[in-house]
Design a protein around this ligand. Structure first.
Ligand code: CO
Ligand code: ZN
Length: 330
């Protein structure tokens, strides 16, 4: 599974530009499902038909990652940008970015030695190695993402875009390993989560599931000065109780916990202070859809070096399989 993870996390896919990731995932899951299709928002929907008597279950893992969009190119060929999703100037200085056409740039700021405060976004620029606008390999409107290879630390994996390609990998692996199930499973690889969950909104409306589970990363409380949070790397998948955008449906939360306990899979209870997932908009689609979220603990979220625990990843697949393979009572 590490090879699949590496391919997915290194792929180019800022919000609104998910087609490379979508094509990779379509190829990965096609042999294991009954139908693979894309919708008008770019969501990739993999459908595995159930043997009957079960529920229509929607899984949602977002394909997009945070990035930058070029807003201006100056006379010397330096690009100014706006952010796509939650990007901090702290993570940008000296960072490398990559565009869809392969063009690579370095984020620069001249004052890093003199100034004590954080750079303002408008002071930062992308140095494309160009000397004029004509020479620049990108145009206004082009979107880039961080450029980093994955590193395998053994127990822990580090990459850009663990948020949320690690969940795409978990959902894909679940489809690969899931045998007979009474439930109709719609694994949706969603678009534009990082700019306010947009793909999941229309996908949920179109699919109209009985129950939904988003799969996304969550913060941890296990770093030197972390806020109180009862989630740590290596403690197993986290069952979301609440985040700043949603309160998980109690029946869905209980189904997740029951499945974990019955299968002997370690799990953690998640109360996240800031941040939310696709589950927020799925929950309030149509007349309301019972929704929850399986979270994969992740350190350094929205930096170029997001870290997850490999055991948590494997246990997330186990938990989803346990949840989906039996009739669901919520
Ligand atoms: Co995110
Ligand atoms: Zn995410």
């Amino acid at each position: 599974m590490k090879d699949m993870i590496k391919t997915l996390v290194e792929a180019f896919g800022p919000s609104g530009r998910e087609s490379v990731v979508s094509a990779l995932l379509a190829d990965l899951v096609r042999p294991f499902v009954d139908e693979v299709r894309s919708d008008n928002m770019g969501n990739l929907i993999a459908y595995k038909k159930g043997s009957g008597g079960g529920l229509r279950v929607m899984l949602a893992a977002h394909m997009d990652e945070i990035g930058l969009v070029v807003s201006h190119i100056d006379r010397k060929g330096f690009a100014r940008f706006q952010t796509v999703g939650g990007v901090s100037p702290l993570t940008l200085l000296g960072n490398r970015v990559r565009f869809a056409n392969g063009a690579t740039g370095v984020v620069g700021w001249e004052y890093w030695l003199q100034k004590r405060e954080l750079p303002k976004m408008e002071e930062l620029f992308i140095d494309l190695g160009a000397t004029s606008p004509a020479d620049a390999p990108v145009e206004v409107g082009d979107i880039c993402c961080f450029d980093r290879p994955m590193v395998d630390l053994g127990k822990r994996l580090v990459a850009k875009a663990m948020d949320d390609r690690i969940a795409c990998a978990v959902a894909a692996q679940t489809l690969i390993e899931l045998g007979d199930t009474p439930n109709d499973v719609y694994a949706v690889f969603t678009t534009q989560e990082e700019v306010g969950p947009r793909g999941a909104m229309t996908a949920a409306f179109g699919i109209d599931p009985d129950v939904a589970v988003a799969i996304d990363v969550t913060d941890t409380g296990d770093t030197p000065k972390a806020a109180f949070m009862a989630v740590e790397l290596g403690g197993g998948p986290a069952v979301k109780i609440k985040d700043s955008g949603m309160i998980a449906h109690e029946g869905v939360k209980d189904w997740m916990i029951r499945s974990a306990e019955a299968a002997g899979i370690p799990y953690q209870r998640e109360v996240l202070d800031a941040g939310t997932t696709d589950a927020m908009v799925i929950q309030t689609t149509r007349a309301g859809i019972p929704s929850g979220c399986l979270s994969i603990p992740c350190r350094h979220i929205h930096t170029p070096s997001e870290m997850v625990d490999h055991g948590d990843v494997l246990n997330s697949v186990r938990l989803l399989k346990a949840m989906l393979s039996e009739p669901i009572a919520i």
